[in-house]
Structure formats: C-alpha cells, structure tokens
Unconditional design. Structure first.
Length: 94
C-alpha cells in the first residue's frame, strides 16, 4: 500500500497566450460569427524552402486537437503544430 502524505499541484503555463488586444479582437470576430462551435485555430504549415509558416483561422475543433480555454476563448492546435507553437504569445497590431 502506498501512502501519500503531501501532494503539490503545479499550474502549468498555458500552451499559448493572447495579448489583451488580440483577445479583444478574437472575441469581436467570434461574436460576429453565427456559430458557437468555432474556435481560434493556430497552426503551422510547411513552407518548403521558406521554412515554417504560422497561421490562424476560425475553425471547428477536430478529433486529436489540443483545446485550450484562454480567458474564455477556445484555442485549438493540432498535435503536429503543437511543438512549434508551445510558449508563443499571439498579439494584434493595428
């Protein structure tokens, strides 16, 4: 029998973060859509000789996606993109 005397829970940092301005813009865009299922998809695509290309789109979550709830905004990332995006901050510049 194993006895646990103390358990420490460590809060992991979010996989991605959004600046206040980016979060505001995503909320505004999502509010204009006629779908409660949409999330912000963040992804990486192969760019050939140019390297990786990063992108974002509104999309429905798919099986196998990592789903993050960041201050009320659902962010989805496919497993292949996750290692390239982890730790990123998304910002909006006008």
């Amino acid at each position: 029998m194993i006895s646990v005397k103390e358990l420490t829970v460590v809060q992991a940092p979010p996989v991605v973060t959004l600046s206040a301005k980016a979060a505001e813009m995503v909320r505004d865009i999502l509010a204009k859509e006629d779908s409660d299922s949409l999330a912000l998809r963040v992804y990486v695509a192969g760019g050939g000789c140019s390297g990786l290309q990063y992108g974002m789109a509104l999309d429905d979550p798919a099986d196998g996606d990592v789903t993050i709830n960041y201050e009320g905004i659902r962010v989805v990332i496919d497993n292949e993109s996750l290692r390239f995006i982890e730790g990123a901050e998304i910002d909006y510049v006008d």
